[in-house]
Design a protein around this ligand. Structure first.
Ligand SMILES: O=C(O)CCC(=O)C(=O)O
Ligand SMILES: [Mn+2]
Length: 210
């Protein structure tokens, strides 16, 4: 047995499994079971019911169409932010969001100023390839991504290195994915659609607005 294998040493529910991905030009770490099953079930239910979910639209070939997911923006009100061309007016932090934020900040070593929440209601809900590189996020954006509910694959692909394979990361309930360094400059990510019958998933991406 390899005593120094992190995955084994930190594999209990109270000590999350940690996986740092060995990717060029990126700094990506996954903490599985960062929130216990009990915490995750409670937060999934609470966020589903209490967050002010909204249906945003984007212009597509001159027509307004619904985004394939519901979203919500929470955080400090003095930090204006534009996401995919949509100006976001944040709602104030809630108790649940502060609980999650405090826990992940201990690991991330930064103070997050806002969070974008996504609710993927079904398999057809998704987010298309993009980088989180808006200039409000500073030179090297730190993105703290927390998931509750259904497991969905989070895919990463390098923007220019076509010799590198796409990376699939399964984001299970209670997981915390931390992206920092140059990740957003060199890699884009998506949550693909699936035709499978699946349950909803909530994702929270905490951001630092400079
Ligand atoms: O749902 C996810 O895991 C990713 C969401 C995302 O990339 C975003 O909101 O910028
Ligand atoms: Mn993103």
């Amino acid at each position: 047995m390899d005593l120094f294998n992190q995955t084994d040493l930190f594999g209990s529910i109270d000590n999350p499994k940690t996986k740092k991905f060995d990717l060029p030009d990126a700094d990506v770490t996954l903490f599985e079971g960062f929130f216990t099953k009990q915490e995750s079930d409670r937060l999934y239910k609470d966020l589903t019911e209490k967050i002010l979910w909204q249906q945003d639209q984007i212009r597509f070939y001159g027509k307004m169409i619904d985004l394939p997911r519901l979203t919500a923006w929470y955080g400090e009100n003095n930090k204006p932010y534009t996401y995919s061309g949509i100006p976001m007016n944040p709602h104030p932090w809630t108790e649940d969001l502060l609980f999650i934020k405090n826990r992940i900040e201990k690991e991330a070593g930064v103070n997050f100023s806002s969070v974008l929440l996504n609710l993927y209601r079904k398999g057809k809900d998704s987010v298309n390839w993009h980088c989180d590189d808006e200039k409000e996020l500073g030179q090297n954006p730190v993105i703290g991504s927390v998931s509750f509910g259904e497991t969905r694959p989070f895919q990463l692909r390098h923007l220019t290195r076509k010799d590198l394979d796409k990376v699939d990361i399964l984001l299970t309930t209670g997981s915390f994915l931390l992206m920092k360094g140059t990740t957003q400059h060199f890699w884009e990510h998506q949550i693909p659609k699936t035709t499978r019958e699946i349950k909803p998933r909530i994702n929270l991406t905490f951001r630092v607005i400079a």
